[in-house]
Design a protein around this ligand. Structure first.
Ligand code: CAA
Length: 287
């Protein structure tokens, strides 16, 4: 394994992958950015450029620094271009079959010894590692949304994850300016084991008519001093992601207390996925 991580590959140029690429490049790492095709990777880089542009407008970054960060991010056609990376992080949709397929692809593309990290928010690292020929080099690296703002990275060791892989992952997260917590490989890990039941309970409260969405959110925001209410946070995360995690918790922990509220499932069925589609529990206008 490389002693230091200088180049990373990010698979997924959406909300999470784009944020990871932005933060890594801001900390001096070279980033190869891949998605379903080159156009999607290029579009992800354009969004990162806009986010960095807002920092320039606020005087938090100079135009030269923005250009230097962007120059370190290279959109590529596919993970076939990841042969040189020291670590690849997968940040695709929360779907077990998709993530298994992507881990197999990363295993084939990356050099021996490269670390394969997954940004999964609930799926077993041990299970994903077992799809590869290098389970000792597979680790969970769970970033929070929005990645440039949130301080935490949750690091998850699978059964086979080596100490060297774990140490290198902690070192990378620290270099990216993040605090880390370590979780056992158990559905939802620490953060989502706590957060998703909170969001789901807010969905039940709404469907039972305890209050309006605005009142439920204001109650939690001001009554518990949370930065956002659970329903608006669900809209930020994506209701499809929240539902996928709730289903993993329910199926794998086997306790009905984790069953998803029907209104969460129905919002997803309707395609009302939150901010990214312009409508979730709130209406954000057309996107
Ligand atoms: N990207 C980059 N920067 C962003 C951003 C984004 N998407 N959204 C907000 N920011 C920045 C703003 O530019 C602003 O920066 P400055 O203070 O330097 O000007 C700062 O964050 C605060 O933003 P705003 O003033 O616009 O709004 P706010 O004060 O209401 O903060 C928030 C917005 C940071 C999102 C805040 O409401 C918050 O912390 N919410 C909770 C978010 C959270 O809980 N995330 C974890 C979700 S769980 C998860 O991700 C795990 C999972 O698997 C589901």
């Amino acid at each position: 394994m490389s002693a230091t991580i200088d180049t990373i590959g990010v698979l997924g140029a959406g909300q999470m992958g784009g944020g990871i690429a932005q933060v890594a490049a801001s900390r001096g790492l070279k980033v190869l950015l891949a998605d379903i095709d080159r156009a999607a990777a290029e579009a992800g880089k354009v969004k990162i450029g806009k986010a960095l542009g807002r920092l320039v407008e606020k005087g938090k970054l100079t135009a030269e620094e923005r250009d230097a960060v962007l120059a370190r991010i290279e959109p590529v056609d596919s993970v076939a271009a990841f042969a040189s990376v020291d670590l690849a992080v997968e940040a695709a949709t929360e779907n077990i079959e998709l993530k298994k397929k992507l881990m197999i692809g990363l295993d084939a593309a990356c050099k021996p010894g490269a670390i394969l990290a997954t940004n999964t928010s609930s799926i077993s690292i041990t299970l994903l590692a077992a799809t590869t020929k290098r389970p000792e080099h597979v680790v969970g690296m769970h970033f929070m949304n929005p990645v440039p703002v949130m301080e935490l990275v949750e690091v998850i060791r699978g059964l086979a994850t080596s100490d060297a892989t774990y140490d290198a992952t902690i070192a990378l997260a620290t270099r990216m300016g993040k605090l880390t917590v370590t979780s056992k490989d158990c559905p939802g890990f620490i953060v989502n084991r706590v957060l998703i039941p909170l969001i789901n309970e807010a969905c039940f409260a709404l469907q039972e008519g305890l209050g309006t969405a605005a009142d439920i959110d204001l109650g939690v925001k001001k009554g518990l001093n949370h930065p956002m209410g659970p329903l608006e946070l669900a809209d930020l995360i994506g209701l499809d992601t929240c539902l996928a995690i709730a289903d993993v918790l329910h199926q794998q922990l086997g306790d009905d207390k984790y069953r998803a509220a029907n209104n969460l499932r129905m919002h997803v069925a309707a395609g009302w996925l939150g901010r990214k589609t312009g409508r979730g529990f709130y209406d954000y206008g057309s996107r």
